[in-house]
Design a protein around this ligand. Structure first.
Ligand code: NI
Length: 165
């Protein structure tokens, strides 16, 4: 396994829309293992392939306390959502930055698991937020896009400055 480099906002590559995966190959499974290892090492609770500059629709999530309940989702799609909830979010691509974002508080997501089985997952609370956040990454969208332009510009300046150091 290997740790992968994570792109940081405002890197334009984070704006790429990921392609659907037509056939799951051993290379995808290897990538999923490396993404999990990278997410756990960061440490984080979710990672999208976009963040490691691979533009295919894969996300990994683990919100469990003991870091032993990984979700690996291929071609994930929100097929229904309800309610609204505000939660503080962060992102491995926007280091040391947290802000409240309003999202649906429950979602149903369809995806393929690593064996290619179609799965439907109903989630609420933190898992629902996490799924929406990671699926956004695959569309080139970041949580800072939900903030005001003023706040986003302030975050961009701060991170550009840090990345120069
Ligand atoms: Ni993120």
């Amino acid at each position: 396994m290997a740790l992968l480099d994570i792109l940081c906002f405002p890197d334009e590559r984070l704006r790429t829309r990921a392609k659907r995966i037509e056939q799951i190959t051993p290379a995808h499974l290897q990538l999923i293992d490396n993404m999990l290892e990278t997410m756990y090492a960061a440490p984080g609770i979710g990672l999208a392939a976009t963040q490691i500059n691979v533009h295919e629709q894969i996300i990994v999530i683990d919100i469990s306390e003991d870091k032993n309940e990984p979700y690996c989702l291929i071609n994930p799609q929100v097929i229904s959502h309800s309610g609204k909830e505000k939660m503080e979010e962060g992102c491995l691509s926007v280091p040391e930055t947290y802000a409240e974002v309003e999202r649906a508080d429950s979602v149903v997501v369809s995806y393929l698991d690593r064996k290619g089985n179609e799965v439907k997952l109903e989630a609420d609370g933190l898992l629902a937020v996490c799924l929406q956040h990671e699926i956004d990454h695959l569309q080139g969208k970041l949580f800072v896009d939900y903030l005001s332009r003023l706040k986003r510009d302030r975050i961009r300046k701060k991170l550009v400055k840090q990345q120069r150091m």
